[in-house]
Design a protein around this ligand. Structure first.
Ligand code: ATP
Ligand code: MG
Length: 211
């Protein structure tokens, strides 16, 4: 049994992302997962070098990490990890899960939280079949992404006898917020208030990010 800040951990959520920047869509999804799946804590895991993203628009890992800390600081069951930003090379989920299993042990349950758009990508992740043995997935509905596509794909994979991830579906209050839109807004001088926590907006302006 692992203990984090006096809490005994049996069910651990991992919220992976680029967090470029973190926004209320991420926070609502993590909180709803915590509540619906009785998680003990959720660890936000900013990616160091996301293998699936174009490099140009990604600001430094340290800025993305700090904004994630600022945005989650007041929530007693949210934590932020430096595992991926400190590991050199591309951030693969398999390496992160192996490290988490070492830190927190094999006896606890791991839930990888993703938006519905990312759930389709899981099938393409490095060592995906090993990943499926190390965690299950929480797929949060996100406006514009249909879970039907995933279900169709699962069917064809079952017919091909491929291993599939264990996926729990979760409806979160629809928030059509994306980091891409926030970056565009900052660049255009449009408001981002009420899309990200005030402290995150202040950090962006203070440091001249996304201009
Ligand atoms: P970008 O626009 O740069 O791709 P993003 O808003 O999709 O950024 P990511 O850091 O790529 O944010 O997302 C991390 C995780 O959060 C992914 O699993 C993604 O599907 C999920 N997510 C992002 N925005 C939302 C949202 N509004 N509602 C639910 N899940 C979300
Ligand atoms: Mg995205």
């Amino acid at each position: 049994m692992s203990v984090v800040k006096g809490k005994r951990i049996k069910r651990l959520g991992i919220m992976g992302g680029t967090f470029n920047p973190i926004h209320y869509g991420h926070l609502v999804t993590a909180e709803e997962s915590y509540y619906k799946f009785s998680l003990d804590i959720v660890i936000f895991m900013p990616a160091g070098h996301p293998p699936h993203k174009k490099d140009g628009e990604i600001i430094s890992a340290e800025d993305r990490y700090l904004m994630t800390v600022i945005a989650t600081a007041s929530n007693p069951h949210f934590f932020v990890s430096r595992l991926e930003i400190e590991r050199p090379g591309p951030s693969y989920a398999i390496d992160t899960l192996r490290e988490l299993h070492q830190i927190y042990g094999e006896e606890i349950e791991y839930f990888f939280i993703t938006g519905a758009d990312a759930i389709l990508e899981i099938l393409t992740w490095k060592d995906s079949e090993k990943i499926y043995e190390m965690c299950s997935f929480i797929a949060a509905t996100r406006p514009g992404y249909s879970l039907e596509k995933f279900k169709e794909l699962s069917l064809t994979s079952t017919q091909k006898k491929n291993k599939l991830p264990k996926v729990h579906f979760l409806e979160v209050p629809a928030l059509a917020i994306s980091s891409t839109d926030i970056r565009r807004r900052v660049k255009a001088g449009s408001p981002i208030r009420y899309l990200v926590p005030d402290e995150v907006a202040n950090y962006i302006y203070k440091n001249g990010l996304y201009r």
